[in-house]
Design a protein around this ligand. Structure first.
Ligand code: PFF
Length: 474
């Protein structure tokens, strides 16, 4: 049987931590977190996000890592094997399936945005941002994402780098890449924070990110029509709380099989609880540092904090075009984003690759190329759904193709997989098996078990129901 080939392992705990932090730290931290914090009112969003990371995300990291390590197979093989050992239905294998398929869909569009970061790194290095104003920054971005050739080249360049690393295997590819790229990423980020601190408005940033105003989080403005009809200016809503929960999952790479696959490469001597806390702490520190690098510039140049997804690609270039040494720091910034995206995209290609490898027995190189190219081809649809590109007018349930894939994975597949993973470890695997696998101190285990058994499923269940409600009603 193909699966009988020896499953690969990390060569050290350090290599594993770097790989897992590499997976977690990505576009989610540097591109999405700052703009979500910006839209969510700053400090209040940040605090709620951190609570979710530690009380829900970290226990789920522990759950996925321990399942992966126990199964020693792809997510599908792992879930089926553990369910069988625990005498539970083979349908639990669906969690693994959802991870493999979900990761394949996510990498197909993650690579498109990864391509944008590569293209913007080149643009920054060529001095394309010198002296541009807001209108030019916008037309540059829209022009680029609407260009069928350039978007394809950058998307496939990004995918080729991902395939190259994954093809070389766990120790020869993943480990080598992350142990060089992650320290480089931290170094660039620290340089950028210091630089922003000196050239930008640091005091305002600290106040914005760390001085919470919970009113901003729990209330949102009413529509002009509602106000005209006599409603108060603001109404209670906890959208931002839910957004923070979703973001904590995405940022920690949960529910797509990536962490479970990385867990399957773990040896028994690694302490999973301690590792999960380290990964979560590193991931949230990078998100906060990204905020500290970006907001001083946003405030100093009068850019819009709530500028959404365009914050990084349309607003920051204006600042890089004006500031001293803007070419150097602009190139470093987009280089940082590209590195973060690459170490995450390799973890997204892993679940499908480990599954196909296990099923077919093909060598890793062949599987990595096949799956990477297939995801790349699926990604063309996402690349061409942007700006005024060829498929920009195609709508699936009212969304363009990229947003539809994002919605399907982020709002449906991931919450469901997360919910069932929590239920599986909390209620279906015996307490004794979990205790043996985790080998934690009694008290730590009890805390973890409580969080995984009660708190996580309740919180995830609430977001899921709310998302479905919003989709149907709103
Ligand atoms: N955690 C990555 C980020 O924040 O960009 C994205 C990601 C990677 C999500 C791998 C899920 C995953 F399985």
């Amino acid at each position: 049987m193909a699966g009988a080939t020896q499953h690969a392992h990390w060569s050290s705990r350090w290599a594993f931590i770097m790989a897992a932090v590499g997976s977690a730290v990505g576009l989610g931290n540097i591109w999405k977190f700052p703009y979500e914090a910006g839209q969510g009112g700053g400090g209040a969003f940040v605090m709620v996000y951190l609570l979710f990371v530690f009380f829900i995300g970290t226990p789920m990291l522990v759950a996925e890592l321990s399942l992966g390590r126990r199964g020693q197979l792809s997510p599908v093989g792992t879930m089926k094997k553990i369910a069988q050992e625990e005498k539970k239905s083979h349908w639990w294998g669906l969690i693994g399936w959802s991870g493999v398929v979900g990761a394949f869909i996510v990498i197909s569009f993650y690579s498109v945005v990864g391509g944008w970061t590569l293209a913007y790194m080149v643009k920054a290095a060529m001095g394309s941002f010198s002296g541009i104003d807001a209108a030019t920054a916008e037309s540059t971005f829209v022009g680029y994402i609407s260009d069928p050739v350039m978007t394809l080249v950058s998307h496939f360049a990004f995918m080729a780098i991902t395939i190259f690393i994954v093809a070389k295997g766990v120790q020869g590819g993943l480990e080598k890449a992350v142990t060089v790229l992650m320290p480089a990423l931290f170094a660039i980020l620290i340089i950028l924070v210091i630089y922003s601190g000196f050239t930008g408005d640091f005091a305002k940033t600290i106040d914005f990110l760390f001085n919470p105003d919970f009113n901003e989080l729990l209330y949102k403005p009413n529509t002009p029509e509602a106000i005209a009809a006599g409603a108060p200016a603001q109404r209670f809503s906890f959208d931002m709380v839910l957004q923070a929960l979703g973001q904590s999952f995405f940022s920690l790479s949960l529910a797509l099989g990536s962490i479970m696959t990385y867990g399957s490469y773990l040896t028994k001597d690694v302490k999973i609880g301690r590792s999960a806390v380290t990964i979560a702490a590193a991931d949230s520190s990078v998100a906060l540092m990204a905020g500290l690098a970006i907001f001083p510039i946003v405030f100093a140049y009068g850019l819009d904090v709530a500028g959404g997804g365009g914050l990084v690609f349309m607003s920051l270039p204006i600042a890089f075009g004006q500031m001293p040494l803007g070419i150097v720091f602009g190139t470093l910034f987009f280089g940082l984003l590209a590195v973060a995206a690459i170490t995450s995209s390799i973890s997204l290609l892993e679940p499908p690759v480990s599954y196909v490898e296990e099923k077919t027995g093909w060598n890793r190189r062949k599987v990595a190329i096949t799956m990477g190219v297939a995801a790349g081809v699926l990604g063309i649809l996402s690349a061409y759904s942007q700006g005024t590109n060829m498929l920009a007018d195609v709508r699936i349930f009212g969304l363009n193709i990229m947003d539809a894939k994002d919605f399907l994975t982020n709002n449906i597949m991931m919450p469901l997989a997360g919910l069932f993973t929590a239920l599986f470890v909390g209620w279906f695997v015996t307490r004794k098996s979990m205790m043996e696998e985790l080998a934690m101190e009694d008290k730590t285990f009890r805390i973890w078990y409580f969080l995984a058994r009660f708190v996580s499923p309740t919180a995830i269940g609430i977001i899921f129901i709310k998302l479905i409600y919003d989709t149907i009603v709103g």
